[in-house]
Design a protein around this ligand. Structure first.
Ligand code: BGC
Length: 369
């Protein structure tokens, strides 16, 4: 149903994404993706992964054990993701009791312990949403040594790490969306309104604030960079008033936007949030400040949470971008199944984002039900 394209992130784009953020603001350093260590990681001795996978292909999926690590359950988007993942795995023939999904509680040490337990338990395949993407090399090495195929999701390991999978022909892949596109869509939603509609203070610029997600997910840096780039590419002058890290969290996002509104008041014309949870927090703060989205300020997010799509329909949020958790979860499960069947996978499997404005919000909402 969903179109999948294969793509590998380039080092140049990763490097470029480190340059974004408001100059001089606290966001300047926070915009850079996490430094990812891979060079010192010695390739692990693979316990004949191909043979393991082929052995696992014997018998049907109902007897196969799947270990799923989620970076934290307390995340709106990852909750939708894991619910779909479990539903789809069962639909494909896995037994519910053989699917174990654990909460990393946003702590890498906790998650590493969970991965050790899955290895000790001899799961047939692992699906991992890392807490720290910089831990990928360590995790890869121990999983490869145990001969277990692995599908990384949501937090993309860096290019050097992905190169090791390729070079060593390991049964490891990443399934996710290219977050640059989601940022571009956010910027386009604002650009399409035109300068006259957005430039309330008539200084000839689009004055915005940026609320970023956790830098451990490169999505945060890409969305930050490419939302603004879409505006400048469309010929607009931009002015970043504030750039803060809201960690993907609704309450934190709301708090940061409230502070910015107090500090910069009516000069804020656009609020970019790297995800919808933070946009929901932002909306509350915008209302509390007596401002009205669509009338004297604009607000965009990413994910297309049902609640947010409802607000796009009612005009209370300007737009969002559908971060297709169905395509990502089903794609991750399909990749896991291919490993179990001994078929192998491309090392980087990408899904598409969809721009959501009032024009198509109802259609998107219907597809989410
Ligand atoms: C989503 C966020 C989520 C994050 C978790 C992002 O792709 O847009 O909503 O909090 O992933 O890593």
């Amino acid at each position: 149903m969903f179109k999948k394209v294969i793509a590998i992130m380039t080092a140049s784009v990763l490097a470029a994404s480190m340059l974004v953020g408001c100059g001089g603001s606290t966001g300047a350093s926070s915009s850079a993706p996490a430094e990812q260590k891979t060079e010192e990681a010695a390739p692990a001795e693979a316990a004949e992964p191909a043979a393991e996978a082929a052995a696992a292909a014997d018998g049907d999926l109902a007897s196969k054990k799947v270990g799923v690590c989620i970076y934290q359950f307390n995340d709106n988007f990852m909750t939708l993701y894991r619910q779909e993942l479990e539903r789809y795995l069962i639909e494909q023939g896995f037994a519910k009791e053989n699917i174990t999904i654990v909460d990393g509680a946003n702590d890498q040490a906790t998650q590493s312990g969970q991965i050790d337990s899955f290895i000790a338990d001899k799961v047939d395949v692992l699906i991992i949403n890392l807490v720290n993407s910089s831990s990928a090399a360590t995790v890869t090495d121990k999983v490869v040594a145990a001969g277990i195929p692995l599908v990384y999701i949501n937090r993309e390991p860096d290019k050097a790490e992905q190169q090791r999978w390729e070079d060593n022909n390991w049964n490891i892949c990443y399934v996710g969306c290219d977050a640059r596109k989601s940022g571009t869509f956010q910027g386009e939603i604002i650009a399409d309104l035109g300068l006259d509609a957005v430039d309330f203070n008539k200084n000839g610029k689009i004055d915005y604030i940026m609320i970023e997600g956790d830098p451990e997910n490169v999505d945060a840096a890409y969305r930050t960079e490419f939302s603004v780039k879409a505006l400048t590419d469309a010929g607009f002058e931009v002015n970043c008033l504030d750039d803060q890290v809201g960690m993907w969290d609704q309450a934190k996002g709301g708090e940061l936007v409230a502070n910015s509104l107090t500090q910069y008041g009516n000069d804020i014309e656009v609020v970019f949030c790297n995800n919808d949870a933070m946009a929901l927090g932002a909306l509350q703060s915008i209302k509390n400040a007596g401002r009205t989205v669509g009338k004297d300020i604009y607000l965009v997010g990413v994910d297309a949470l049902t609640e947010v799509v409802g607000y796009v329909i009612s005009g209370e949020i300007t737009g969002t971008v559908f971060n297709n958790h169905f395509a990502q979860a089903d794609g991750a499960a399909d990749a896991a199944i291919r490993y179990l069947k001994g078929e192998g996978n491309e090392h980087n499997i990408q899904c598409d984002y969809t721009k959501v404005t009032q024009a198509n919000a109802q259609e998107i909402l219907d597809s989410l039900q």
